[in-house]
Design a protein around this ligand. Structure first.
Ligand SMILES: Nc1nc2c(ncn2[C@@H]2O[C@H](COP(=O)(O)OP(=O)(O)OP(=O)(O)O)[C@@H](O)[C@H]2O)c(=O)[nH]1
Ligand SMILES: [Mg+2]
Ligand SMILES: [Zn+2]
Length: 304
């Protein structure tokens, strides 16, 4: 049996890439359907084959994680692509993306675009916020004002990060995800300036995710959707997705404190003393409110 990774799923076929970068077209064994198990893009698998067009997917390795929207398994890095302007930078949107990554224990990296067209004030405002995110511990890549990174610098930087890894590009429509990918690999020739809003929205869209081999790793571009839902996150798990709130929360009087209305809450105190950024706490509370008010459903535990 050969080993590889599913890089594309389309019309019942699974395309598996091996270490030698050969791609095999396979169909899954019937047993998966019987077990109600769906192979996912990103899955590490074993397969047999008669030719590159006729293979059989035999076995799926246990997943490290499973990202939804896009549905990709075993994601190592989530790049959140955020523009300063056009569309405007928003911490509440950024935090939504971060939570959607943190809940699956994926390493988040923030990348700031449109540094070349933002004016001084806009640049400085975002720069100040970026520093707060760095203080929390987030990795942020932000080119100098009035510049964008050269192709060489971008490739060098990303090459170090994505080698041997599976990365997903996320971010609002128009933020510059496809532009960045084209810079990393001009052969990709992805369409830019195309709003893919109509995708991503639907409940059961047939939109397919594809992993693109890039700089020794695999990258998935995604259409920008701003409506991220947190169907799988339980109230108790949200603070784990805000590293600084999680850390400080260990000192709260009540062990199950969700830092909302409880007395002697260390988080609220830290916000008052400006040790935790007010906007982060506000974003936390609004997400908490959203989770508390969503239609009743069982929250899935964060896989640790
Ligand atoms: N000046 C400037 N323009 C940029 C930058 N990045 C992207 N753009 C432009 O912004 C527009 C949108 O870029 P895309 O790369 O298509 O954005 P996207 O994130 O892929 O958007 P969706 O596919 O809709 O999710 C295009 O007109 C790009 O040329 C940047 O760093 N600076
Ligand atoms: Mg795009
Ligand atoms: Zn608390």
């Amino acid at each position: 049996m050969k080993q590889g990774r599913i890089i594309k799923a389309l019309s019942g076929f699974y395309y598996i890439q091996t270490e030698e970068k050969q791609v095999y077209q396979t169909r899954p064994r019937g047993i998966f359907r019987k077990r109600n198990e769906t192979p996912l893009v990103g899955d590490k698998v074993k397969f047999t084959f008669d030719s590159v067009k006729e293979g059989t997917l035999e076995e799926i390795s246990p997943r490290k994680n499973e990202l939804t929207r896009p549905t990709v398994a075993n994601v190592d890095i989530g790049f959140v692509i955020m523009s300063i302007v056009d569309p405007d930078f928003s911490t509440s949107l950024l935090d939504r993306y971060l939570v959607s990554i943190e809940q699956y224990d994926i390493r988040p990296i923030i990348y700031i675009t449109k540094t070349d067209i933002a004016n001084e004030e806009e640049y400085n405002n975002v720069s100040a916020l970026v520093n707060q995110y760095r203080t929390i511990g987030y990795e942020v890549i932000m080119p100098e004002r009035e510049t964008v990174l050269s192709r060489e610098d971008t490739q060098l930087l990303f090459g170090k990060l994505v080698e041997e890894k599976l990365a997903v590009f996320m971010g609002q429509s128009g933020a510059g995800k496809s532009t960045l990918l084209n810079k990393l690999d001009p052969n990709l020739d992805l369409k830019i300036g195309e709003t893919s809003k109509s995708l991503g929205r639907g409940r059961h869209t047939t939109r397919h995710v594809e992993l693109v081999p890039l700089l020794g790793g695999l990258i998935a571009d995604t259409p920008g959707f701003s409506a991220i839902q947190f169907d799988e996150l339980a109230v108790q798990d949200l603070s784990e997705c805000f590293p600084e709130i999680w850390e400080t929360g260990k000192q709260c009087r009540f062990s199950g404190c969700i830092h909302q209305n409880e007395p002697n809450c260390a988080v609220k105190e830290a916000v008052e003393n400006q040790l935790i950024a007010k906007f982060r706490y506000t974003n936390y509370l609004s997400l908490l409110d959203e989770i508390q008010n969503r239609k009743p459903r069982y929250g899935k535990k964060k896989g640790k």
